[in-house]
Write a protein that binds this ligand. Structure first.
Ligand code: AMP
Length: 283
């Protein structure tokens, strides 16, 4: 077994650890996570190693991106297993601040982004979400000053928002998107999949199957409106409560009227019971 990575929990110890990491002109990749790590997160770590000589993984369940009615309190926390996975993956440093380190008393700032953050997708159903994400990611970038940062395409709108923010604020970090890692039956891996009952888990791959079918039909030239309406019906029939199933421009996230309007991304969000799942696919 390789040696476990160093774990730091305070800003002074992070600063010292980053100085040591950066010795001999190492390049640094940051992989921000909320823990409860699975193979999707590990794919980010593996990509990180290809882009930088040192890899820092942050584990922080960020309260400001959860609404009061959401699952901050019950979000899975699996520290021991996470550390074992990061040891196996030979990560160099784990940044695991507490809430009061990230948000000390008197904390009163927030990064607000427009453009992709106002595309009418996640922002429509979780209006608090991107303000929380951009603020914590902005802080993580300021704290770690990485050369590159890896984000999953699983959270496609988030990837676009963070990419925009890093460019707009001249943060000097290159944001790299990593393809979605799926279970064998197509369900996108997610820390929240543990919430699913056996029956819900059996129904959950409907989202991916429906998107795949819709993408195939669109490539064959079927009418966009009809394809999306059929997909929404299939998802509803499988017992989901649909938030959205949309075809958007893959880069700008702007609505499109036909597949000729640009590279197309299909994006879906739906609740099964009380668990909200999101997924997306390129056409
Ligand atoms: P989270 O811990 O859920 O906040 O996710 C941390 C990072 O892992 C984000 O950049 C996610 O997009 C990414 N991620 C989560 N699940 C997957 C997956 N199945 N495939 C690829 N990336 C993922």
């Amino acid at each position: 077994m390789p040696r476990p990575p160093a774990v730091v929990r305070t800003l002074p110890s992070l600063r010292r650890a980053m100085e040591t990491l950066r010795a001999r002109r190492a390049t640094v990749a940051l992989v921000p996570t909320m823990g409860a790590l699975h193979d999707g997160h590990l794919a980010l770590v593996h990509q990180a190693k290809r882009h930088a000589s040192k890899v820092v993984v942050s584990i922080f369940v960020n309260p400001t991106q959860f609404a009061p009615h959401e699952d901050f309190g019950s979000y899975p926390r699996t520290w021991k297993a996470d550390l074992a996975k990061l040891t196996e993956a030979r990560v160099d440093l784990v940044w695991n601040p507490g809430v009061s380190t990230m948000y000390p008393p008197g904390f009163a700032s927030r990064i607000l982004t427009e453009g992709p953050a106002q595309a009418g997708l996640e922002d429509r159903f979780r209006p608090h979400f991107f303000g929380g994400v951009t603020t914590v990611v902005g802080k993580l970038f300021a704290q770690c000053r990485p050369d590159v940062a890896l984000f999953g395409q699983k959270d496609y709108q988030q990837l676009k928002v963070v990419t925009r923010m890093a460019a707009d604020l001249d943060l000097g970090v290159k944001v790299i998107g990593v393809p979605i890692v799926r279970e064998r039956d197509g369900l996108a891996m997610s820390s929240r999949n543990v919430y699913l009952s056996v029956e819900q888990r059996a129904d959950a791959p409907t989202l991916y199957r429906t998107m795949k079918d819709a993408a195939r039909r669109l490539r064959n030239g079927d009418d966009l409106g009809a394809v999306m309406a059929d997909g929404a019906r299939t998802i509803g029939d499988a017992g989901f409560d649909l938030d959205y199933f949309e075809a958007r421009h893959a880069e700008t996230l702007a609505p499109i009227r036909s597949t000729k309007d640009g590279p197309v991304r299909l994006l879906v969000a739906a609740k099964i019971g009380t668990t909200r799942l999101i997924d997306n696919i390129g056409v």
